[in-house]
Design a protein around this ligand. Structure first.
Ligand code: GAR
Length: 188
């Protein structure tokens, strides 16, 4: 099973996937790692692991449609079975979703459909929920929407900050993503 991973940030979830593949625990080929902005930690991690990388910098394109087209073509060029958003913080358009219909996966640090968006951890904390968690789902054209593949719950502690809670969620999120990828890779 070939995947392309998309990142916008530090790429710690991606690192867990890279490590699982390197350890022989996950039968997946990471064909490339792409970003929507320059100098992401995720692309640096991928380069350090000797993986192919690309940047389709949102700011280099006249509008969202042109950027979306370039991203779609770049991802298609690797002929992946799945594209995995691993902290990719840009909403992709219809052309991308049509090209990767049912094969675009996303991880999110909340129990969807609660608290979608860029601040899932902050929003859950502000609401005062006692349990939150993480979700891996098939992404559609919405913001963190689409069929849910797997979730894990994480208790909120009284003294949690956004950072402390996100770190505990990420521990679960990394395992969950690897579990889902392993399950998909095991299918005929
Ligand atoms: C992850 O928690 C991921 O779920 C979240 O960004 C973080 C990236 O961390 N994504 C979203 O919030 C998408 N709405 P990482 O760069 O360390 O893997």
């Amino acid at each position: 099973m070939r995947i392309v991973a998309l990142v916008s940030g530090t790429g710690s979830n991606l690192q867990a996937v890279i490590d699982a593949v390197a350890a022989g625990d996950l039968d997946v080929e990471i064909a490339a790692v792409g970003a929507d902005r320059p100098n992401t930690g995720g692309v640096q991690r991928a380069s350090a692991a000797g993986l192919d990388t690309f940047e389709v910098n949102f700011r280099d394109y006249a509008d969202r449609a042109e950027w979306n087209h370039a991203l779609t073509q770049k991802c298609l060029s690797y002929a992946p079975d799945y594209v995995v958003s691993s902290g990719f913080m840009r909403i992709v358009g219809e052309e991308f979703i049509a090209a990767f219909d049912g094969t675009y996966l996303n991880t999110h640090p909340a129990l969807l459909p609660s608290f979608p968006g860029a601040h899932g951890v902050r929003d859950a904390l502000a609401y005062g929920v006692k349990v939150t968690g993480c979700t891996v789902h098939v992404a559609d054209a919405g913001v963190d929407t689409g069929p849910i593949l797997a979730q894990r719950a994480v208790d909120v502690r009284k003294d949690d900050t956004e950072e402390s809670l996100h770190e505990r969620i990420k521990v679960q999120e990394r395992e969950l993503l690897i579990e889902v990828l392993a399950d998909l890779a095991s299918r005929p």
